[in-house]
Design a protein around this ligand. Structure first.
Ligand SMILES: *[C@@H]1O[C@H](CO)[C@@H](O)[C@H](O)[C@H]1NC(C)=O
Ligand SMILES: *[C@@H]1O[C@H](CO)[C@@H](O)[C@H](O)[C@H]1NC(C)=O
Length: 346
């Protein structure tokens, strides 16, 4: 179930999906078709990284039934596969296993929904944080990313349902990049809900797929729309690429998960994919630590809802503060290493 370290497929989700389209349904050998048998996976395990898969968006394309994929049609075992409840409208089907997964549970470096991260080590976990607060999700020598959480308090569970509303990315000479989802009482998918600012200045990109803004002040920094509205890829050459999509909590999500959504707020948040190109071995943060060489997860991955605890270690004063307890930002490696020892000893 381990995905390649730093495989960084996450941001290339769209590309991967396209490639995947052609990787499945390869011509079968001539002669009578012998249906392959369904392979099984232990509970909680994921298909190995070289597995074949293809995306489905139920209801949009004419699969045999319009909400399920027929694996027999793909020269696989004879089964129909629909999307998991966490991503009912878009998922990846692994016909060899007659299973479907949300992209967020497959690609390393992703975060979706009531935030569920898949780490650089390939393991998926929840990090609930707390609503209206900021947490460091990546902290490294020259790159620090905080996430702002919004949410609803759920008295029954005695915790907040939370979502990532914005990222504050600090890098280099204290540059500040903001990528956020605009609040909306009612979601309109034709309206843009993504907001980007760089060093406090709004970044305006035409609402057309592939329209691109490149920073004059900082060569290598760019923002590209990956859909006309509500999806962008933000890149700093040689350092990171972040794909961000603004999505609402739908009535259906609300019914399934009992989020307690009100008419006043559609809880627009970001689904995210990260790719990092210049990490040090001391990287920390909720997601960042999972990229460390030899990282062993402390999350119980066989639990139905694996949760990463220790929220206070990641709590930050503000979206652009680099002060969380595990911060590595602008520490020299030796200081960072000493810091690591202290952390483990405490
Ligand atoms: C990569 O990170 C190091 C610090 O760890 C930094 O000095 C260097 O400038 C970074 N490279 C790029 C291309 O930003
Ligand atoms: C991990 O989760 C499984 C499934 O819920 C449970 O049986 C097991 O006791 C848990 N392990 C630990 C160490 O909590």
């Amino acid at each position: 179930m381990m995905m390649g370290r730093r495989a960084g497929m996450a941001v290339a989700v769209a590309v991967a999906l396209l490639l995947a389209l052609s990787s499945c349904g390869e011509a079968s050998a001539r002669g009578p078709i012998r249906r392959p048998r369904k392979k099984t996976l232990p509970p909680g395990q994921k298909p190995p990284p070289n597995s074949k898969f293809f995306p489905i968006t139920p209801g949009r394309f004419g699969h045999k039934r319009n909400y399920e994929a027929s694996c027999a049609d793909e020269n696989g075992p004879s089964c129909y596969v629909g999307c998991p409840s966490d991503c009912p409208n878009s998922c990846l089907v692994f016909c060899d296993y007659c299973l479907a997964f949300c992209p967020c549970d497959i690609f390393p470096g992703t975060s979706c929904g009531d935030p569920r991260f898949t780490g650089g080590d390939g393991n998926t976990f929840y990090f609930h944080g707390k609503k209206d607060q900021d947490f460091c999700i990546v902290s490294d020598a020259d790159l620090h990313i905080n996430a702002h959480f919004i949410g609803n308090h759920n008295p029954a569970l005695n915790r907040d349902f939370t979502w990532v509303q914005a990222l504050g990315v600090t890098f280099g000479d204290n540059h500040r990049l903001y990528v956020g989802a605009r609040r909306a009482a009612e979601w309109d998918e034709d309206e843009d809900h993504i907001q980007v600012t760089f060093d406090g200045e709004p970044v305006d990109v035409d609402a057309v797929r592939n329209a691109r803004w490149a920073s004059r002040a900082l060569p290598g920094l760019s923002v590209r729309r990956t859909k006309d509205v509500n999806a962008v890829a933000v890149e700093l050459d040689g350092v990171f690429s972040i794909s961000a999509g603004a999505v609402p909590i739908t009535e259906k999500d609300d019914r399934i998960h009992k989020y307690g959504k009100t008419d006043r707020d559609s809880l627009v948040h970001l689904d995210l994919g990260f790719q990092f190109h210049n990490l040090t071995d001391h990287i920390d943060g909720v997601l960042g630590q999972t990229y460390r060489p030899g990282y062993v997860t402390k999350v119980n991955i066989s639990a139905k809802m694996p949760i990463m605890g220790g929220a206070p270690k990641y709590l930050s004063e503000g979206l652009f503060s680099t002060d969380c307890a595990v911060s590595r930002f602008h520490c020299s490696d030796s200081i960072a290493a000493a810091g690591a020892v202290t952390t483990y000893a405490s």
